[in-house]
Design a protein around this ligand. Sequence first.
Ligand SMILES: Nc1ncnc2c1ncn2[C@@H]1O[C@H](COP(=O)(O)OP(=O)(O)OP(=O)(O)O)[C@@H](O)[C@H]1O
Ligand SMILES: [Mg+2]
Length: 243
Amino acid sequence: MIKINNIYKSFGNFKVLQGVNLNVEENKILSVVGKSGTGKSVLLKSILGLITYDKGNIEIDGINTNGFSEAEFNKYIRHKMTLVFQNGALWDSMTVGANIDLALQIQKHLDVTEREKRIKESLEAVGLINIRNVYPNELSGGMLKRAAIARAIAMKPKYLLYDEPTTGLDPILSNIINNLIKKLNVEMGITSLIISHDIKGVESISDDVAMLYEGKIILTCKAKEMWEQNNQIFNNFIRGKIT
Ligand SMILES: Nc1ncnc2c1ncn2[C@@H]1O[C@H](COP(=O)(O)OP(=O)(O)OP(=O)(O)O)[C@@H](O)[C@H]1O
Ligand SMILES: [Mg+2]
């Protein structure tokens, strides 16, 4: 379980997170929605220790990671938690297969046989076995997102954090990605935290939904009940109404 307790983060005088509380429960899919620029990506990066926060703490499987060094994040957290970045973040100078291979070498120190097996399995899982020798800049947006997910699942993570996995994709590709996220959750038991603007997708695959607004989580609810909430800000947001 990921427990985010009262997290604050400012950049200079600019306050981004102002007391975020949120729990991500085991084997569930939790989606966080919120306006652009509210700190959703900052929140994901804080969980993985890619940026430091100012106050509060984050517990992952009972381990308080506040003040952890890079080495401690690598040792205790990053072997079981992977972030699928907003832009994919694959290295352009390497093929998709080499990208996955390098990540496995750096993070998992696996031998070549096991790495080969995982590269194949992960590309198969996202339906892209034939792009192993293709470079990222030769892929469409949807393939790139799936390649990024393949790299992430090759690590066999317990937790997957997805930063806007369907943004910029057409509705069919968005469905493919959403179904893939659900499949990984159901079949591999991957606990998932998703940042998304894709409200229909959020509704269809999530167990729970939360909204980040002005630095705080102002609402958490079951995805099934998201259209029946009493919170005006949330209601307007998911219906695309200007407040
Ligand atoms: N390293 C940084 N230095 C300074 N400001 C930053 C940094 N990272 C993020 N910010 C600022 O923090 C705010 C929140 O950024 P963040 O990327 O988390 O937004 P977001 O909610 O993910 O938005 P979007 O939906 O557009 O991706 C923004 O105003 C951004 O400019
Ligand atoms: Mg973002």
